[in-house]
Write a protein that binds this ligand. Structure first.
Ligand code: SF4
Ligand code: SF4
Length: 392
């Protein structure tokens, strides 16, 4: 039974220029993100209002602050920020006013009280005994272990927190890795929710927190500890360019028709798009206040949502996916073996061939493909300098 949304909560919203209508609209969109009908908006509103005492700590480790920046780009009036305020985020180094001892005291007080959630942004840098990143005069990993071991749950936001991300790319001098792997290595059993993409989508963070407040438990997770509601369908499944893929209409880099192909919104598969093997709701939720997303703005998906918590360090999604804007090395679509994108471009115009490729992609989407083996293709490219997206 939904609780009554408190009057003072709406007073707080009004003081920030947020109407009840805005707020209920926001709750409806959160419902959609977590896979519920919009009729659940009132329950979500009640859950948010009741969440005022839920303390949270936002830790910053090996990062570029892009995820915090992403959180800051979520609309004016910034309802999600209000949600985070109401969640009582007691420590968020990048944005908080407090500094030094006062800031660190916030962590200590929160940990001592217990019953808090930890949000981790950035990779865990384990190099030099954890001294690659020192926080409050101690190895950063010491703070991470202390805070996470006593938390109710840990939310790893952004691909760096999931598998080490850019920081962990080969040769990984800081010995960076992901949060889940690091906690497991240190015998810490606090449940971890992973929200990969670079940066994290702010609506996903809010939706997980709301889900937690709404039902008092973490959302159902897949084998990568990602919320099933956010990471089940491939980008390719929901891509507005999908019709062009099926028609064999591709943007071809360097082609005389490239400008016209781009203007027509052709598929970016031959440009290296990793939408077929990347499972996120980017095409549905979009970015920057729902204005657009990578493929819609003309860039192939680089697969940042494929970060694998069990593959931290070299070989992670960054190493597996580069060079991002070049062709995929080997699509390995089930049913048709290893096929180069240009090959697909050449043959997909035929109905039978298109059916074969689409069948392969659909099959591939049923099992998540973690990155695409590319090393052999990099060697191939180094011997064939003129091959710009072509198949030899
Ligand atoms: S390959 Fe990429 S651009 Fe083409 S339809 Fe799939 S997701 Fe969209
Ligand atoms: S569309 Fe692809 S590259 Fe863009 S944010 Fe989503 S998963 Fe990452």
């Amino acid at each position: 039974m939904a609780q009554e949304v408190r009057g003072e909560f709406y007073d707080l919203l009004a003081a920030r220029g947020v109407t009840r209508r805005d707020f209920m609209k926001f709750c409806g969109s959160v419902a959609a993100v977590i896979g519920l009908s919009e009729v659940y908006a009132p329950q979500i509103a009640s859950a948010i209002a009741a969440g005022t005492l839920q303390p949270a700590l936002w830790l910053a480790h090996g990062l570029c602050t892009g995820c915090t920046e992403s959180m800051a780009q979520i609309g004016v009036p910034d309802v999600p920020t209000i949600v985070l305020d109401l969640l009582s985020v007691n420590y968020w180094e990048t944005v908080m006013a407090a500094a030094g001892t006062q800031a660190e005291d916030n962590i200590t007080a929160t940990v001592d009280k217990g019953g808090y959630i930890v949000i981790v942004e950035g990779s865990v840098m384990t190099g030099q005994g954890g001294n690659v990143l020192r926080i409050a005069g101690k190895p950063g990993v010491d703070e991470l272990k202390e805070v996470c071991s006593k938390a109710k749950a840990v939310i790893a936001v952004g691909s760096c927190a999931v598998d080490g991300g850019w920081v962990a790319g080969d040769p990984n001098p800081a010995k960076a890795t992901g949060v889940q792997a690091y906690l497991a290595q240190n015998g810490i059993k606090t449940p971890v929710v992973n929200l990969p993409t670079c940066p994290v989508n702010p609506e996903w963070v809010v939706s997980v927190l709301v889900d937690y407040l709404l039902v008092g438990a973490l959302p159902p997770l897949n084998e990568f500890n990602e919320p099933k509601s956010l990471y089940s369908e491939t980008i390719h499944d929901n891509c507005p360019r999908r019709g062009h893929f099926e028609n064999g209409e591709f943007v071809q880099f360097g082609s005389a028709d490239q400008t016209a192909q781009e203007a027509a919104g052709f598929c970016l598969y031959q440009m290296g798009c990793k939408g077929p093997q990347t499972k996120t709701t980017c095409p549905l939720v979009r970015w920057n206040r729902r204005v657009s997303w990578c493929v819609e703005s003309g860039s192939p998906c680089i697969g940042c949502g494929t970060a694998d918590p069990l593959k931290g360090g070299p070989g992670n999604w960054v190493d597996a996916g580069t060079p991002f804007l070049s062709r995929l090395a080997d699509t390995r679509l089930p049913g048709i073996g290893g096929v180069q994108p240009s090959t697909i471009g050449a043959v997909v115009g035929g109905v039978a061939a298109a059916g074969l490729v689409v069948h392969g992609v659909v099959s591939a989407s049923k099992g998540r493909i973690k990155g695409v083996p590319q090393e052999s293709e990099k060697k191939f490219d180094s011997k064939n300098k003129s091959s710009e997206g072509g198949d030899k």
